[in-house]
Design a protein. Structure first.
Length: 482
């Protein structure tokens, strides 16, 4: 993504040299994405249909969560909004008022994205934001092992050179500490002005060479391992959503692609052994694994700074947050965008680095808090893992957000970072945190008139969704079905 982004977007400002090793390969399990990826693909001039065909992609309207707040609960976190705001009063305040009176159904019934996901329907949203049938966003579920070579070809076609082989050493300037060259296993030296460390969990430059401090967040996000295995796609509709199901010591993903279903169990080794996790995953899968289950080790956290000297880390080299909300590929994309905005000349100023690092920090912190919420907002007490996350001390930044919501129904706003109001509302309400109050201005409309308006909105959404095609049929119509 980084090589393709730089070669496409700042072709005159940099000569891009991509170094990667087919022997080492990529981590290859990033299959669920966020709507931002569409902007990335579009900016790179990539045709959506070609990208979807190459990566066996399906559309994604959100994530369906099961058993998080309480065993038996489920909700969808959609890419899109709920209902319609009235002026600057969010729709959910009106919904909360009538919910307290028992006069409304689940808030998901007022979201096109949720209802379309439930009915397995999909079409590209139209351009009119006021049209009920267009109030949703979408992302992709794809085969990550096909995305990397697809982008590599894109980067090379735009002038990036590529060296295949293993990096074996790093030469640093003794005075400044900057990296001068990387040394390949066959002895080749590759010099550069700016080195972008995309070496994944190995963190060859930011970790091994620059020794940048790792900020550990595993006390808040204790899952440190995943076991992953694909299985065959079942007959019938293809779900336009990713599913996350809470398990005894973590959670399990299910990601429907065109040619197979991706599955994985993300768990905490303090609470479950690898063998037990593998057995639990295989038992929960809808059909036998198509490949030997694969173990992946990680730790939640990030480098204190992602850009140090002339080394800038992107992707897993800069940090890791578990894929509960499909955020890692977004973080890669965000870092590329910020790098381009702070793109240095040969002088590499501290201001560029500080600006970049501050924005990356904010993004990581917001996502971290949002992920912790999924664990902490629970009444589950059926395993040592859930007892731990339910009772652990959470970051002050999250505690403040939750307190504000509980009291007023308002979602804390921030200038930088992922997850806007509807996302927080989805998880708060989906996991049973119903606020005591709401915006007092939501009390102004007459109750009967408000109920009529809410019912009309719900009917309008149901009608709009019933006009959308089946997701699988839509993919077939695009010429990208299996
Ligand atoms: C269990 C799990 C599930 C995930 N699910 C999702 C998801 O659903 N959605 C999402 O957005 N993200 C997800 N992610 C994260 C996602 O996989 C990564 O963000 C994404 O793949 C980018 O990884 P990367 O490029 O940083 O590292 P890698 O994919 O590990 O790539 C590292 C690259 O560095 C090269 N390299 C390493 N060492 C050397 C060396 N010595 N010499 C030469 N080359 C070298 C490798 O060849 C490779 O090309 C998941 C991660 C895990 C662990």
């Amino acid at each position: 993504m980084t090589a393709a982004g730089l070669a496409s977007l700042v072709p005159g400002a940099a000569c891009v040299h991509l170094v990667e090793s087919a022997d080492i390969g990529i981590v290859g399990v990033g299959e669920a994405t966020l709507p931002h990826l569409r902007a990335f693909i579009t900016r790179l001039g990539i045709d959506e249909r070609a990208f979807m065909a190459a990566t066996h992609a399906t559309f994604k309207l959100g994530i369906e969560f099961h058993d998080f707040g309480r065993v038996g609960d489920s909700y969808i976190h959609p890419f899109g909004t709920y209902g319609r705001s009235l002026g600057d009063i969010g729709f959910h305040h009106f919904w909360l008022r009538r919910h307290q009176a028992g006069a409304v159904t689940a808030i998901g019934d007022y979201s096109v994205g949720v209802v379309a996901a439930q009915e397995r329907r999909f079409a590209h949203p139209g351009p009119d934001p006021d049209d009920l049938a267009t109030g949703y966003g979408y992302a992709y579920q794809f085969d990550a092992t096909r995305f990397a070579p697809f982008l590599r070809a894109h980067a090379e076609a735009r002038g990036a050179t590529r060296t295949e082989g293993r990096v074996d050493g790093v030469e640093r300037d003794p005075a400044s500490g900057d990296v001068r060259a990387i040394v390949m296993a066959d002895g080749e030296r590759i010099e550069g002005d700016l080195f972008i460390d995309c070496s994944g969990f190995r963190a060859l430059l930011i970790g091994d060479a620059m020794d940048e401090t790792w900020e550990d967040w595993s006390h808040w996000l204790p899952c440190d391992r995943a076991v992953a295995a694909p299985c065959a796609s079942p007959p019938g509709p293809i779900e336009p959503f990713t599913r996350a199901t809470a398990m005894a010591a973590g959670w399990r993903w299910r990601i429907p692609l065109r040619h197979r279903v991706g599955n994985g169990y993300v768990y905490a080794t303090d609470h479950l052994s690898d063998g037990a996790a593998t057995d639990a995953l295989v038992e929960a899968m809808e059909s036998p694994p198509l490949a030997e289950p694969r173990l992946l080790r990680f730790r939640a956290g990030r480098r204190r700074r992602s850009w140090v000297g002339n080394v800038l880390a992107i992707g897993l080299a800069s940090g890791f947050l578990e894929p509960l909300e499909s955020t890692s590929i977004y973080l890669v994309q965000m870092a590329i965008t910020q790098l381009i905005e702070h793109f240095p000349d040969r002088t590499l100023t501290a201001a560029d680095r500080d600006g970049f690092n501050a924005l990356v920090d904010a993004e990581y912190d917001r996502i971290r808090d949002f992920l912790i919420l999924h664990y902490h907002a629970t009444t589950r007490s059926d395993s040592s893992f859930w007892n731990h996350v339910r009772t652990m001390t959470i970051p002050d930044s999250l505690a403040e957000k939750m307190a504000l919501w509980r009291r007023t129904g308002h979602v804390s706003r921030y200038a930088h970072g992922l997850f806007l109001e509807p996302s927080w509302i989805a998880v708060y309400l989906g996991q049973g945190i119903v606020p005591a109050g709401w915006d007092p201005r939501a009390d102004l409309p007459d109750a009967a008139a408000l109920d009529r308006a809410l019912a009309a909105l719900r009917r309008g959404i149901a009608d709009a969704v019933s006009g959308l095609p089946d997701h699988g049929a839509y993919l077939a119509g695009m010429g990208v079905a299996a």
